[in-house]
Design a protein around this ligand. Structure first.
Ligand code: ST9
Ligand code: ZN
Ligand code: ZN
Length: 327
């Protein structure tokens, strides 16, 4: 695949060009019957309880103070950035470089999102790009909306996910001390960042009840951020236009773009996975790109890689579905 890019804010270095997020056309699913689906009851029960708790959190919204609502939105955005700017654009795709303070912030924000540690998230995500919509894709959308959304977290993985995933080059993740430290202290960091801090702040600083503080900024915010993320795997692999490559399933989906702070330009993203902005439209509906650009402005992010306009236009013309608009 053509990796012709230009760097928006710096010079390219070969080691930053990971290739394990490119689609592998040589992989073929094994013939014969599929392995049986094995439910993981623990996850089923925990996810059921989490969503019941979140629904109860919705019923508490009218009794929450305005400060608590603003705090919940703030926690949503911080945890979302830990996934979008952190686990996704930085660590899975190496689409830009981040200084140590920024990586520390993103790792802490990532623990607030509680979506598996960065190492595991990036490994599963690289295998998703490389083997999209096949047995080796952890959230294979050809198994339907429910499987791609949440079902994949409720069953044992297809053996091909593990087989193919174990062949990926993850040396860059292993060499990143921040990633490995977050992995080592993942459980306590999640307890602190995903549950304790969101709950403690409203109770301590403006006297919100512990009950509301637990169910709204902690449980409800966490559940909404999870579902916003999962929509990228489900809705954005099923509904929307394919302006850049009509041969693949990922789509441009405005609702997902909005709820996942800029991650719904998914046809673009699977076509140009190295682009730090995951879109050709800059800040438009893309809070994550605003954040990375600001980090670049203050000197904490460098080497933001961008697909050149010529490459994007040529690709849209060659493989797009004809819906490409350049504005
Ligand atoms: C969550 C993750 O929600 C969400 C990720 C979403 C990704 C979205 C991407 C979209 C683009 C970006 C958009 C961002 C938008 C953000 C917007 C924010 C508003 N390769 O896993 P096990 C090995 S998490 C190589 O137990 P099972 C593994 O190392 C939610 N190896 O598999 C282990 O080896 P060893 C909270 C692999 O038993 C062994 O296999 N968390 C790979 O099949 C067994 O691993 C949960 O709900 C691989 N790819 O269980 C828990 N995978 O034994 C989720 C595995 O040697 N997880 N291995 O250590 C689980 O409980 C389990 O993983 C399971 C599968 C039940 C799902
Ligand atoms: Zn990606
Ligand atoms: Zn995808």
């Amino acid at each position: 695949m053509n990796r012709e890019t230009h760097l928006r804010h710096g010079a390219a270095t070969p080691e930053s060009q990971i290739r394990d997020d490119d689609f592998d056309v040589t992989y073929e699913e094994k013939a014969g019957p599929k392995p049986p689906v094995r439910l993981v009851w623990r996850n089923l029960i925990l996810m059921g309880l989490l969503h019941a708790g979140a629904a109860y959190g919705v019923s508490l919204l009218p009794s929450a103070s305005r400060y608590t609502l603003v705090w919940s939105a703030f926690c949503f955005i911080v945890s979302a950035l830990g996934v979008t700017a952190g686990a996704h654009r930085l660590w899975s795709h190496r689409s830009y470089k981040a200084s140590l303070p920024l990586r520390i912030f993103l790792a802490i924000a990532n623990s607030m999102a509680f979506q598996n540690d960065i190492y595991e998230w990036a490994r599963d995500h690289r295998v998703h790009h490389k083997f999209s919509e096949t047995d080796a894709d952890p959230h294979n959308a050809s198994r339907g909306f429910f499987f791609a959304h949440i079902g994949w977290l409720l069953v044992r993985k297809h053996p091909d996910v593990i087989e193919k995933g174990s062949k990926l080059d993850l040396a860059d993740l292993k060499a990143d001390k921040v990633v490995m430290l977050q992995r080592r202290f993942y459980k306590p960091s999640v307890l602190l960042m995903c549950f304790f801090t969101p709950m403690f702040v409203p109770w301590y600083f403006w006297g919100e009840s512990v009950w509301v503080s637990y169910f709204v900024p902690a449980l409800l915010r966490y559940t909404l951020a999870l579902n916003a993320t999962w929509l990228v795997n489900s809705a954005a692999h099923i509904w929307g236009n394919r302006p850049y490559d009509s041969n693949i399933n990922p789509r441009e989906n405005k609702f997902v773009t909005f709820s996942a702070i800029g991650e719904g330009f998914h046809n673009y993203h699977h076509t140009f996975p190295y682009d730090y902005s995951t879109s050709e439209f800059g800040w438009k509906m893309n809070l994550t790109t605003c954040f990375i650009d600001f980090m670049h402005f203050v000197g904490l992010a460098t080497d933001c890689r961008k697909a050149s306009r010529e490459v994007v236009m040529a690709r849209a013309k060659r493989t797009g579905d004809g819906s490409h608009r350049s504005g």
